[in-house]
Design a protein around this ligand. Structure first.
Ligand SMILES: Cc1ncc(COP(=O)(O)O)c(C=O)c1O
Length: 461
């Protein structure tokens, strides 16, 4: 069906028109804000892009409430950090206590060591830790540390990866010209010099053993490879053999293995993806959950490599610093979140896994039975719905991000879901948190089923 015909069906569609009317009527204040803000700011982050504008006023547990007073089940979870649920008591208490003492010292405080100890205890590779403010900074510093440590210039990055917004993190594959064994590189963002692509990065294929020989052949240039043990774009938990192969080849070739645990850290297991698979990186990057909902980044790893941060590495010392690094709010929120997770890890992690798997399995069965062009990929409580029926092994098989040939139908699906009071952010990466009850998960499942049916009734797929 061509795009023009789908537009016609949306205009004629009873469900499409009804949902627009319903959302418009109940979100008047959101529209006022959208129009008022237009002159000064673009949308704050393009990853949000809901199919209908709503602006959030408050959040609690597994829900968010918009400025018009509509309450939704939230699957954004702050893009991952909010694993316990919004406004969790233990984090609120820690913040209130810190509020009385002050919020920015610059100079060190004991809490940095306390959070550092919690991280080194949880992360299999962590012998030492440095803090930053975002996952973006963490991956940038880890790459710099690797180059300084072994004097080589390139970092291997994988297709369909995400490591944040800095220049060295935005090499994406163009599959049109490449193959799944050898994706060609291109930048996701204009404004980045080609020197970075040509001189400092190398693109490798994810979940493809061809990567091993590419590393062997380029070992004299490769300081490190960096990857997510379970990609945001392709969440799954059956990457152990691929990761073990990478671990072995990196050791053989004297190339450092950096695992980006910004999302997987404290998410798939208290020990992150390294704990889940029993595989140890040389360096790992953290963010998100580590800060308990406050800005944070961290690099953790082998003592001899981490020495480049402190100067114990002699001439190989690298620059690392920042006004808000190790700030008290991020530290105490992180300590509260990790302490709680550590204490309850035997119940929280199996429960998150069970809820995420139930959601994915029920929706996948439903889509298969009814021949809906969609599937959910999940790594426990982290999930991503793709609008295609064809199986997905790696990013190479993802026909097109955000809907591909079913783009307009996907948009309608998310309109209906919003109308059913379930929020999925525009980037589509979603999370279940500990505060989501089994009933909430059932509500998400039912709302998704309802939305698929509503889209089909209008003839969009
Ligand atoms: C795997 C991964 N690495 C790094 C980052 C960057 O983290 P931040 O947004 O805190 O800069 C993200 C953010 O989503 C991420 O998902």
């Amino acid at each position: 069906m061509d795009a023009a015909r789908i537009d016609e069906l949306i205009l004629e569609g009873k469900n499409s028109q009804e949902i627009r009317k319903k959302l418009k009527e109940r979100t008047q204040k959101s529209f006022e804000i959208k129009n008022k803000g237009k002159k000064v700011a673009q949308e704050v982050i393009s990853t949000v892009k809901l199919p209908h504008p709503i602006y959030i006023d408050s959040a609690s547990g597994g829900t968010m409430t918009d400025v018009d007073g509509n309450t939704y089940i939230d699957t954004t979870m702050g893009f991952g950090p909010i694993i316990l649920g919004h406004n969790h008591e233990v984090i609120k208490d820690a913040l209130s206590a810190q509020m009385e003492k002050g919020w920015l010292f610059g100079l060190p405080a004991d809490q940095q060591f306390e959070l550092g100890e919690l991280l080194t205890e949880a992360s299999p590779c962590a012998e030492e830790v440095i803090f930053a403010n975002t996952g973006t900074e963490a991956t940038m510093y880890a790459m710099r540390a690797a180059r300084a440590f072994n004097g080589k210039s390139k970092i291997g990055v994988f297709d369909s990866a995400y490591h944040g917004g800095h220049d060295y993190a935005l090499l994406f594959a163009t599959y049109e010209e490449g193959t799944n064994a050898k994706p060609n590189g291109m930048y996701a963002s204009a404004g980045i010099s080609n020197v970075i692509k040509d001189e400092t990065l190398m693109l490798l294929p994810y979940r493809n053993e061809a990567a091993y020989d590419m590393i062997r052949k380029n070992k004299d240039d490769l300081a490190a490879i960096i990857l997510e043990g379970s990609q945001n774009s392709n969440p799954r938990l059956n990457n152990k053999d691929f990761l073990q192969g990478l671990r072995d080849v990196c050791t053989e070739c004297d190339v450092l293995l950096i695992l980006d645990e910004v999302v997987t850290g404290f998410r798939v297991d208290y020990g992150g993806i390294q704990g889940y698979y029993g595989i140890k990186a040389d360096l790992a990057t953290y963010g998100k959950i580590l800060g308990g909902g406050f800005p944070i980044g961290a690099v953790a790893g082998r003592e001899d490599i981490m020495a480049v941060f402190s100067g114990k590495g002699g001439e190989r010392r690298i620059f690392h610093g920042g006004t808000f690094n190790g700030n008290p709010f991020s530290m105490v929120a992180g300590i509260a979140a990790l302490s709680y997770l550590r204490e309850h890890k035997d119940t929280i992690y199996p429960s998150l896994m069970e809820k995420g798997n139930r959601l994915a399995n029920e929706i996948n069965d439903f889509c298969e039975k009814n021949d809906y062009p969609a599937q959910i990929l999940n790594a426990g409580s982290k999930f991503h719905m793709k609008f295609q029926r064809e199986p997905i092994n790696s990013g190479f098989d993802i026909k097109n991000y955000y809907g591909g040939m079913h783009k307009q139908a996907e948009n309608e699906f998310y309109l209906h879901l919003l109308g059913q009071d379930v929020i999925v952010p525009g980037v589509r990466l979603s999370f279940i948190c500990d505060a989501h009850s089994d009933g909430d998960v059932s509500k998400i499942i039912d709302s998704m089923k309802y939305s698929f049916n509503a889209v089909r009734e209008d003839g969009l797929f």
